[in-house]
Ligand binder design. Structure first.
Ligand SMILES: [Zn+2]
Ligand SMILES: [Zn+2]
Length: 294
């Protein structure tokens, strides 16, 4: 095994219905692998952003499960899938932002690698409108028509939460033309008990170029990991596996919960490499100290 060619010449299956190969194929080609897309499956069954189907399990679990669907269907031992989360969201405790997770499953070597990329640069929002002129203004702010929109009848005029979206009365996704926008608006205005329409950004990758860029970013991070080898045994996929707390308190020297080290552990030989996050003189704020601020 020499550097850069661990996955060279291999075929990797991407399970995606939403054209994510546009973001992922190039980073995989950079490590010499060929990406083949498996799309003959309703990935929405694993959960949708618009809330019709709840995601079962963590984003990491879903990404791995999704990757295995294509691997199984095409009898391949290498697979990739991506899963995004957008705030406010149960996986995101801190409000607005997007988290892209990519799973790489290697059944030849019996390992699964994850990379994640968090960004505040997302195009994700929703609101309720009562007129088509207002919808046009909102649509423009939402990046329409390069970004697709989702419309549904609304249950209330000024309340923007998931209960306001009356998806059981109708839901249209992937709207990218003015005609479809107008036609859907008229239809849902009539269906809504308050004559209002719910509008939100479609977060599926092929309708959201902003998201596609984030997926490219996380795929590039994955490619970097797949190229990096264990310093001891040369096994591929060496990279961050956890973070370690324990930076000492500036006041009393007690170890705090502040993260001080990035830890990489080899999947094969289990050797560990720790990289300090700060220089050796760095001390934590006493507000994070279990002794000074219990
Ligand atoms: Zn202290
Ligand atoms: Zn190793």
């Amino acid at each position: 095994m020499t550097e850069f060619d661990s996955y060279s010449g291999k075929t990797i299956i991407l399970t995606s219905q939403h054209h994510k190969e546009k973001a992922i194929a190039l980073p995989m080609r950079a490590i010499g692998a060929r990406l083949e897309t498996y799309s003959d499956f309703d990935t929405d069954l694993l959960g949708t952003f618009s809330g019709e189907i709840e995601r079962d399990g963590t984003a990491h679990e879903v990404a791995e499960r999704k990757a295995r669907i294509g691997m199984k269907a095409l009898s391949c031992s290498l697979g990739i899938a991506n899963e995004g989360s957008f705030g406010p969201h149960p996986y995101l405790p801190f409000g607005g932002g997007g988290l892209e997770i990519i799973a790489f499953v290697d059944d030849e070597n019996g390992c699964v690698y994850f990379e994640e990329f968090f960004t505040a640069d997302i195009n994700y929002s929703q609101t309720v409108v009562s007129s088509f002129s207002r919808l046009r203004e909102v649509a423009q702010l939402m990046g329409f028509p390069t970004h697709g929109l989702i419309l549904a009848p609304a249950a209330a005029e000024h309340v923007v939460d998931r209960d306001t979206m009356m998806q059981d009365l109708g839901l249209v996704k992937g709207i990218i033309t003015e005609e479809k926008l107008e036609e859907t608006f008229s239809e849902f205005c009539t269906k809504s008990p308050v004559g209002c329409v719910w509008v939100e950004t479609d977060m599926r990758a092929h309708f959201n170029p902003t998201r596609m860029r984030s997926i490219r970013k996380v795929a590039t991070m994955l490619a970097k990991r797949l190229r990096s080898q264990c310093p001891q045994c040369k096994f591929p996929g060496f990279g961050l596996t956890s973070k370690e707390a324990g930076v000492k308190c500036a006041n009393c020297g007690t170890a705090t919960e502040v993260v001080g080290w990035y830890v990489s552990e080899c999947h094969k030989c289990k050797c560990v490499k720790k990289i300090p996050k700060y220089d050796e003189h760095y001390r934590a704020d006493p507000q994070y100290c279990p002794s000074c601020n219990p």
